[in-house]
Ligand binder design. Structure first.
Ligand code: SAM
Length: 322
């Protein structure tokens, strides 16, 4: 294995730069001659050509004749706005990328790299930068494309479900898909106030606004009680054990006595944690094995009743302990 090639930072940084400069978008609009392209991007023509040739050596972009650059199949991926935004060094993508520069202290201390680089923790930083928070919400929700509404292990179980609460549900893309798939079900989106404030167009687009409500609050506070299902998708891996336990306990309290708590993403089926370094870098959280999760759930008053892969995710269903 070529470790020099593996440690070559030129590729990730070059991709971040072309995304930030919207190089692919300008090429798609017909700006292909290097001088023209550089002027559209606000870049130095010589430096931009060098950057593009570096990427061409890795299979991204083509130079069919000297000084004329075009998209190839790989480069066309950069036309996807969700991907471009996730790489944009002027926005959320840049804050994520720069967090990696503190991987060493994160590994030495076990604490998130993000705070070391940006001076405050991930969630506090989003609180302080509304534009960055909006980009994050977009990336988590609509920017990720359509959501799969299969969030219970047995489809037949929906006959018994009337109400769903999506805890930390972002701007509501998953809840909207669930409500659309199940016309007899009503749902509540719980997330921070600034995030639920962006959910109305998502529910409108799905045609489910009449069955969707929102609560802008912290999931560390008491949750809306008495629903049949509490969803936690891509939430628990954001947090160390103490906080993850508190979130689960809030779900257990609200679901008592008969509701279920369903975990999507963040718990893996094997006996080893899946690679989750990004969670350490950004938020100091971690993925968990089913065995590790069982223990955490029990400490929060929950019992794992079923766990299975569904629609490319690993779902874990919990009941509330008496
Ligand atoms: C990784 S995102 C997952 C969003 C959504 N469930 C999904 O899968 O797309 C984590 C979510 O937790 C929310 N969040 C973070 N801290 C929170 C808190 N204290 N209370 C409520 N929501 C919070 C964020 O706003 C974000 O929407």
């Amino acid at each position: 294995m070529d470790l020099w090639a593996l440690s070559d930072l030129s590729v990730p940084w070059s991709l971040h730069v072309v995304a930030t400069l919207r190089v692919a978008q300008h090429m798609a609009a017909g700006r292909n001659a290097i001088e023209d392209l550089a002027s559209a991007c606000g870049a130095d023509a010589g430096a931009l050509a060098r950057l593009l040739r570096q990427l061409i050596s890795k299979g991204v972009f083509e130079e069919p004749e000297p000084g004329r650059f075009v998209l190839n199949e790989a480069a066309r991926g950069l036309l996807d706005e969700g991907l471009r935004m996730g790489l944009d060094l002027d926005g959320f993508g840049g804050r994520m990328a720069r967090a990696w520069t503190s991987l060493l202290p994160a590994v030495r201390t076990g604490r998130a790299a993000y705070a070391e680089v940006h001076g405050r923790g991930f969630w506090e930083d989003l609180d302080a930068h509304p534009g960055i928070a909006a980009e994050f919400d977009e990336l988590m929700g609509p920017g990720h494309g359509p959501q799969d509404p299969r969030v219970l292990i047995a489809e037949a179980d929906w006959d018994r479900v009337r109400t769903v609460v999506d805890v930390g549900g972002g701007t509501g893309t998953l809840l909207a898909a669930v409500l659309r798939a199940h016309p007899g079900v009503s749902g509540t989106l719980v997330d921070l106030p600034r995030t639920v404030a962006r959910s109305a167009p998502v529910f409108e687009a799905a045609g489910v606004s009449d069955r969707a409500s929102t609560v802008g609050q912290s999931f560390f506070d008491p949750l809306p009680a008495g629903a049949d299902v509490y969803l936690l998708k891509s939430v628990l891996a954001d947090w160390p054990d103490a906080e993850a336990r508190r979130i689960l306990r809030r779900c257990a309290e609200a679901a008592r006595p008969k509701g279920r708590v369903v975990i999507l993403n963040g718990v893996g089926p094997g006996d080893r944690e899946a690679p989750d370094l990004l969670m350490l870098v950004l938020v100091g959280g971690k993925g968990r094995t089913l065995a590790g999760f069982r223990q955490l759930a029990a400490e929060a008053g929950l019992e794992v009743r079923a766990a299975a892969p569904v629609a490319g995710r690993f779902l874990v269903e919990c009941a509330v302990l008496p």
